[in-house]
Design a protein around this ligand. Structure first.
Ligand SMILES: [Zn+2]
Length: 214
């Protein structure tokens, strides 16, 4: 079944613009060094492209995470490959269930660079179980959740958080799909090392292919 947009459905498809935040984009400069520089870069990008949502990042190699001890306690295996899709758009934007499902788990992950408020949902798509992870939400999005709470396709899940509450990033949704959660609750790795890429790229399919939009 075609997915409902994960962001406010009033945003037209034509306003989604693919952005390159990879190490190979020389025009980034130090845009990923903090939330306000990142927001400046994205605002300029969207103005130039006449868009509202900058999106991208699946399996993108990024120079964004190495400053966070949380991501890289072990410098041998630098985690720099991004496993979800990011939708960079203003804080407060509504986030919607792409398919029917139930709440699996949630958490407020407060380490710098972590997800901030995050919700995981469980779906069944043509007899395959898949989990969706919504990271960098507002704290208020976690109110009223309960394990197994059902959501229908297109139901409002929550809203995007500000940088103060979302782990310290320019406002964006980290949306990731996962086949085998491996026992994680309220969390799942959103970036991985090169050596772990074969496993994670199989276990975390391309969200854009699954959503069939952008
Ligand atoms: Zn992300």
């Amino acid at each position: 079944m075609q997915a409902h947009p994960v962001l406010d459905p009033r945003i037209p498809q034509s306003a989604y613009k693919k952005v390159d935040l990879s190490v190979s984009n020389a025009s980034l400069g130090d845009a990923l060094s903090d939330a306000s520089r990142c927001q400046e870069f994205l605002t300029a990008f969207l103005r130039q492209e006449n868009g509202l949502v900058a999106w991208g990042g699946y399996l993108e190699k990024r120079d964004l995470y190495r400053d966070f001890e949380h991501f890289n306690p072990d410098s041998e295996h630098t985690r720099e490959y991004h496993l979800g899709i990011d939708f960079w758009v203003y804080a407060g934007t509504g986030v919607y269930a792409p398919w029917s499902g139930v709440v699996h788990s949630w958490a407020h992950r407060t380490a710098p660079g972590d997800y901030g408020p995050v919700i995981l949902m469980e779906h069944r798509l043509e007899n395959t179980k898949v989990y969706s992870l919504f990271g960098h939400l507002s704290i208020a999005s976690l109110k009223g959740l309960s394990r197994g709470k059902p959501f229908r396709r297109g139901d409002l899940i929550g809203h995007l958080g500000t940088w103060e509450e979302n782990g310290g990033y320019a406002p964006h949704l980290h949306f990731q799909l996962i086949y085998d959660l491996g026992g994680f609750r309220g969390d799942y790795p959103g970036v991985c090392s090169f050596s772990d890429l074969p496993f994670y790229s199989r276990n975390c399919p391309d969200p854009i292919e699954m959503l069939q939009y952008c």
